[in-house]
Write a protein that binds this ligand. Structure first.
Ligand SMILES: Cc1cc2nc3c(=O)[nH]c(=O)nc-3n(C[C@H](O)[C@H](O)[C@H](O)COP(=O)(O)O)c2cc1C
Length: 189
């Protein structure tokens, strides 16, 4: 299968990074192709709402989203990992999501949802410094809109709250194992 993984954290060696590393350890690279996008290191401009994609389904902006579109089109599985910022997804994550508007247009205006070889499934991994549920709820709502727009019709969510300091996720009793197992399961079912 083909797996696309988005890491939406700018913090190298931070909590999302560690969770993504654990996710990747659960994937057999001999069996599956993995496209990992470290969004903070990519040149992805925000959507300009120019309307260019409404008729054509193609974005007029030519930047590194040109690597993301084909990967998403071919993906069987999609993993989105982001820290919670101001009760939502990180800007890096949200910017990539907004640029999926051409895929939204294809699906909801032109009635041409993306078709993979299998029923597309996803995994959402969130980390927030506060214990408040609102951040996971708001980020989760945006992530759900993203997943459905790119025809990932079901996804599991693993949200770790009260994890703030860099590397604090290492002290969580189950998180690294949870995401590892969830990724393995995602690729087998
Ligand atoms: C700009 C900014 C905004 C944040 N806003 C929230 C928030 O609204 N809710 C929350 O739970 N944590 C918030 N945090 C804390 C981060 O979610 C937390 O530090 C997380 O562990 C960072 O993950 P990372 O190490 O993968 O980058 C914020 C952090 C930053 C830098």
């Amino acid at each position: 299968m083909r797996l696309v993984v988005f890491n939406g954290s700018p913090r190298v060696g931070g909590n999302t990074d560690l969770l993504v590393a654990s996710v990747l350890k659960g994937i057999d690279r001999h069996l599956h192709r993995v496209d990992l996008f470290r969004l903070n290191e990519m040149n992805i401009r925000p959507c300009q709402n120019c309307g260019g994609c409404t008729d054509t389904g193609v974005c007029v902006l030519k930047d590194q989203m040109q690597q993301v579109y084909p990967a998403l089109r071919k993906a069987d599985r999609v993993i989105l990992a982001s820290p919670i910022y101001f009760s939502g997804l990180s800007a890096q994550t949200k910017t990539m999501i907004d640029r999926c508007q051409p895929l939204w247009c294809e699906k909801y205006i032109h009635n041409m949802p993306l078709h993979g070889s299998v029923h597309r499934k996803g995994l959402l991994v969130l980390v927030g410094g506060m214990k408040k549920q609102v951040g996971a709820d708001c980020a989760g709502a945006t992530a759900t809109a993203f997943f459905r727009s790119v025809s990932v019709e079901e996804h599991k969510t693993l949200a770790y709250l009260g994890i703030d300091a860099k590397g604090a996720i290492l002290s969580h009793p189950t998180a690294l194992n949870d995401v590892h197992e969830a990724a393995k399961q995602l690729m087998t079912h």
